[in-house]
Structures are given as C-alpha cells and as structure tokens.
Design a protein around this ligand. Structure first.
Ligand code: WT7
Length: 651
C-alpha cells in the first residue's frame, strides 16, 4: 500500500501568466510575498492600517493556541470604516450598490445614501433597545436592507447572525435560540424564480418556539399578505422617521461582529464566531489584493447571498471598506432567462466577477449561446469560491466568460477562516487551471500526512494551517470544547480544515474536497474531486458527482452520477457509459475507472451549491435516501431515483 495519504494521479501542466499590463497595474506586486515572509506581524500591522482606528492597538497578536486575539487594545467601528470614512473623504457620491430586483426593479445607492439609511436604522434599533453585545437575527432576501441591517448592528457593537433566507422555520428557530437573539429582522418575502416567496410566515412559525425575541422588524418587499402580531413592526414605520445622523462609538478590536452558523449536513450547526479588527483587516486586504480592486473604475459583483460568509466578507465588509461599486442581484440566474447574469454584466459593465463553480458548471450545461448573447467585454478579472473548480470548468470560465483575457483567482477559504487564505494574486501568479496555487502573503499552510508531517511536492495529504491569521474564527459560540475538538484535535498544534489537498511538482496546492469524501478502492485513496474532474473533461459531461459505495471486492467502488452538456450530441446509453469509463482510465488510470455511471438530470446540492454525496451514496448502495432537508431542491432525490429505475446503466 502506498504511504501517501492520497494517490496523486492526475496531472495538469498548462499555466497562464498575467498579461504585462495587468502585472504593471496590479495592486499586489510580486515582492509582497518576501515582505510578509520577512516579518509576518509587521505585514499584518501594515494591512490593519487600511482601517480607521480611533485608538491604535498596543499589541499585534495574543496567541494562546487555539485562541487568538488580534490588534489588542485597538478601537474601531466596522460601520464607520465601511461608510463614514468614504463620505468624510469626499467619496459620498460614489455608487455603493446597483441593486437589481428579480422582477426588474432597480435602485442606485451612493455611499452617502447608504450611510444615511444605516444611521436611521441604527437609531431605530436603539429605539428598540438594542445595545452593544446583543444578538440580532437577520433573515432576509438579497435586498439592500439586508446589508443595511448588518451595518446598523455593527454600528452599535451588536452582533448579527444572518440566517440564509432559504432555511426553514426550524433551522431559523434553532439559530435564534442558540445565539439567544432578542430581535429578528426580516421581510414579508422576496422574489425567486419568478414568484414571491414568504419569509415572515417562517419567522411566525419559528417564534412559536421558546425564544427571547422581543421584536420582529419587517421590510415590505413583495406586499404579500402577512399575519401581524404584537412584536411586529414595519421597517418603514420605524426606520423612515428616524434622524439620519448617528455618531458611532468605537469598540474594542475583539468586540464580537457576528455569528454565522455553518450548515452542517448532520451535526448541530456550529455558531462560527468572528470579531472586529482582525476580521476587517483580512477582509479588506484580501479584497484589495486578490480582486485587484480599483475603486474609481471597477464595478465588482460577488454573486453570493448575504446569508453565507462570502456575502459577509466579499459583499458587505471587504468591498465597502475599500469603497467599491457593486452589483447586488436578488434573484436566480435563470429568471426570466438563462442569460440574466450576463445581461446584468453588460448593463452595469461589471469588471470583476466572483462566483461559484456550481454556477459555472450550470452555465456550461445550459450552453454557450447565453453568454454569447451579451457583451462581456467589461470583465477584467474572474474569481471562484466554494468548491474545487475542475480544470474543464476553469478553462470554460476563462474562454467563454473571460474571452481569454481575464486572470482567474480560485480562492480557498471557509466560514471559519473568515477571509481568503489560498489564492493566486492576479498580477503575480501564473495560474494553473484547477489549482488555488499558494497561501496569500501573511498566511501559512501545510499539507501533512496521517502523522501530521509535512509532505513534499508531488504528494497528497491533509490541508492544515500552522500559524494564526487575523480573520480566524474566535471559537464556536458558547462551545469552546467543541471548537478545540472539531478543529484542533486531529493534529498537534495545527488547525485542520477538513480538506484534502496535494502539492504538485512545483508546490502548487490542489484542493481535493473534504476528506470524508475520499474513496478507498483496493487500498488506494482516491479523491472524488479528481474523478469528477476527469469526467467533466469529457466533451459530453457538464457536471459529475462521484461517491465511493461499499464493494465486496474492492472495499469501495467508484460510482459516478453525471449530467450531460446542453447542445452536445452525445453517444447514447451504454456506448456513452463505456466511453466515459475509458476516458477516466485514460485521464487518471485504470484504478479510478468508475464501477458504475448513471446519467441524471440534476444533482442533490445544498443551497450553497455543495453536492450532498451522502444522499448519492444512499442511492449507490441501494438504501432509502436519508435526511434531505438541507437540499436546495427537495424533489431532486425523487427525480434521481425514478430516473434510475427506468434505465440503470451498469456494466
Ligand atoms: C469549504 C468551506 C469560503 C466561502 C464559501 C464556502 C470548500 C471553498 C474552495 C476552493 C476547493 C473550496 C472547502 C472548504 N472550498 N473554497 N476554492 N477550492 N474547495 O464556505 O461553506 O465554510 O465551506 O468549502 O471544502 O473547507 P464554507
């Protein structure tokens, strides 16, 4: 048996260096790595100076493994850094958000207007008794008031706990209870896939449970009918009448900024807890360096919902601190047409786009005709986050969306890390399709074996972080033991992120997915990601999900579920399955040849786009499908099972 933690099978040698003009104008130049290596803490102090501090810190870091504090003694206000500063320095008329509702309604909000809305909302929260340290649950569609609500909480030193609007009343209740929130901010509903969905109803349902919620603040978005109770207050009735002046207090660097629950598929959700100074420093630095933001000329669009960490760090805090002009879109990418995102890129002349591989692969499946209908020539930089992006999707993103003209930054990070950790720098790195490349300046990672020893280039193992970083989680809300146990117990003194990775011959990092997703075939540990990438590199396949299913002969057998690409005439049935199996064998090796390949119309995904392999394993092992309540589309498992009954493709 191999001594490696993962088989290192597939190989990629294409590289894409940035153009000369990109290099010349880049925010981050190649010397930044040496600078950070020479003195890591001095480097982070310099980045902290991107922020306005009312009182400067007296100590950079206090590291009592696994608990960190950053910029100790410093005082600042997150909302002041996102808003007041720009207005005071003459940038008040710059557009902060071009908002586009799904039905086509629009709003243009300048920094000055955003500040005034946030001040009014802050004054309303004060009237409702909210003060520093309180927890406020935010359960909203993707509309400007969601960001305004977050910034108003931050302005008061209260912590927001944003609960993604797609979660059920039960999920909302357990999060309200765990954080002990005293206020819920919501809307009557929002727009999705062409119709209005309800949010207030779910809040009513949740609040039948036991909570300390005193008020529910409700934005009128759709005008749908809502039940009204004693705790309920319309946003427009209490916010609009307030003064638009509020002079903020400056809070300790370690004052809590937010709690964000990770949507665990099995265990009780973890309340990931973030504080202010370190988090904002890394969010602002990474947004500046990785997205190369030129605040005067760029139009930046991160498609993430505010309910995820990506929405916190790269829609609200990072971009606003940097004075960015952004697009915010409420709805789904296929409403009213599959070209909606591309139409918006053309309309607003978006120059920097940050999205997820799941959407990129969906676009591939829909076909090139949609992006080709719009003028995407304003784009100059593309980003990806959330899952490994397979080389095929990376190349498609580069060619079809980026017109071979835009560097791609594949950014690896987590809710727990708060901000980007591993990514190319767009004006420095010669990128390889599918690799997140290397840790950012000031960040230190390793790939280790089962014993926690660093592996060499060309080898695979577990991705760990071996130095504290400013935006790291400060713990799991109220569960310090669980924090230690979950992240710091697998290896001594190392943060284990849960992901497998390999280093190629040049030391570039290739993420291999969660280690729980690794398959063991005849003693070979094979990454689901690599087999998926091999499948997607076949012209007929748009998307693939691979699981290891029990196998009497080999321990686990590889079972693949594939979605075919739109518009491509594929060989049908058995012929295609044979082609695909041979293709995987050619790309990776015979050991990785799937035992079984099933053609499906959809894959089971969470609302953040992660494939729920657990459910596919149930199908592959002929079991009843387990708990699927966190699925984005609750019907998808039924579709898959029924589709398979009518045409099993085994050989
Ligand atoms: C997990 C964290 C970070 C914001 C969105 C997800 C996976 C994330 C990448 C990437 C490969 C990635 C990892 C990670 N992941 N980015 N660029 N390449 N995998 O946040 O929900 O906390 O999930 O997403 O498995 O551990 P999250």
């Amino acid at each position: 048996m191999s001594s490696e933690s993962f088989e290192n099978l597939s190989y990629e040698d294409r590289t894409f260096p940035p153009s000369d003009s990109f290099v010349k104008n880049a925010n981050a130049k190649s010397d930044i790595y040496q600078e950070a290596d020479a003195d890591r803490l001095a480097f982070w102090e310099k980045q902290a100076n991107r922020l306005h501090w009312d009182t400067k810190w007296s100590q950079v870091v206090d590291w009592q493994l696994p608990f960190a504090k950053w910029f100790i003694g410093g005082k600042l206000n997150a909302s002041y850094n996102c808003l007041d500063r720009h207005v005071l320095e003459g940038r008040g008329d710059r557009v902060a958000f071009h908002f586009e509702g799904e039905p086509g309604d629009t709003q243009t909000i300048t920094y000055k207007q955003l500040l005034s809305e946030v001040c009014k909302t802050t004054n309303a929260l004060i009237e409702l008794g909210i003060k520093q340290g309180d927890r406020v649950a935010i359960y909203m569609p993707m509309i400007p008031q969601a960001a305004i609500a977050m910034l108003a909480c931050a302005r008061l030193g209260a912590m927001h706990s944003v609960v993604f609007g797609g979660f059920s009343a039960d999920s909302l209740l357990s999060r309200i209870q765990d954080a002990d929130a005293s206020l819920v901010i919501t809307a009557d509903g929002g727009y999705r896939k062409g119709s209005a969905f309800a949010l207030k109803t779910a809040v009513d349902e949740a609040l039948k449970g036991e909570t300390n919620v005193k008020n529910v603040l409700v934005v009128k978005r759709t005008g749908q009918e809502v039940r009204w109770g004693e705790k309920d207050i319309w946003w427009h009735e209490i916010v609009d009448k307030q003064s638009d002046q509020h002079s903020p207090e400056f809070f300790d660097s370690e004052n809590g900024l937010f709690i964000l629950y990770t949507s665990g598929t099995t265990a009780k959700p973890k309340g990931i807890f973030h504080t202010t100074g370190g988090y904002l420093t890394q969010a602002a630095f990474t947004h500046h360096a990785v997205f190369d933001l030129k605040a005067e000329s760029d139009v930046y669009w991160c498609t993430a919902d505010i309910g995820w960490i990506t929405g916190h760090s790269y829609v609200v805090y990072g971009p606003l601190i940097n004075g960015a002009t952004q697009v915010m879109y409420e709805g789904t990418p296929d409403t009213p047409t599959k070209g909606r995102i591309f139409e918006l890129i053309e309309k607003y002349k978006v120059s920097v786009l940050y999205t997820a591989p799941t959407l990129i692969r969906t676009w591939m499946k829909w076909g090139d005709e949609y992006p080709n209908k719009s003028d995407l020539s304003s784009l100059r930089l593309l980003g990806s986050v959330g899952e490994p992006i397979n080389p095929e999707a990376w190349m498609w993103y580069r060619e079809v969306i980026g017109n071979n003209n835009c560097p791609i930054v594949d950014t690896w990070w987590q809710t727990e890390t708060g901000a980007i950790m591993i990514s190319p720098l767009p004006g420095v790195t010669a990128t390889k399709p599918g690799s997140a490349m290397k840790p950012l300046p000031g960040i230190s990672t390793q790939v280790v074996d089962d014993e926690g020893k660093a592996v060499g280039n060309g080898r695979g193992g577990y991705l760990v972080l071996n130095q504290p970083w400013p935006s790291m989680m400060r713990g799991i809300w109220k569960e310090p033991e669980r924090y230690k146990e979950t992240y710091w117990s697998r290896f001594n003194n190392l943060y284990f992120a849960g992901d497998g990775a390999k280093l190629d011959k040049d030391g570039a990092i290739w993420l291999l997915g969660r280690v729980d997703d690794v398959m063991n075939v005849s003693g070979h540990r094979i990454s689901t990601t690599e087999v998926e990438s091999a499948l997607v590199s076949h012209e007929a396949v748009a998307e693939a999900a691979v699981v290891g299913a029990n196998d009497e002969m080999t321990g686990q057998g590889i079972v693949a579920f594939v979605i075919l690409r739109g518009g491509i005439a594929a060989a049908s049935g058995e012929v295609l399955v044979k082609q695909l199996r041979d293709h995987v064998a050619k790309e990776i090796g015979p050991i990785a040849k799937p035992r079984q390949i099933m053609v499906v119309a959809e894959l089971p995904k969470t609302r953040s786009g992660k494939i729920m392999r657990r459910l596919l394993r149930d199908v592959a092992e002929n079991r009843a499908v387990g708990d699927s309540t966190t699925l984005a589309d609750p019907n998808v498992m039924k579709l898959i099972s029924e589709g398979l009954k009518s045409g099993k493709s085994e050989d």
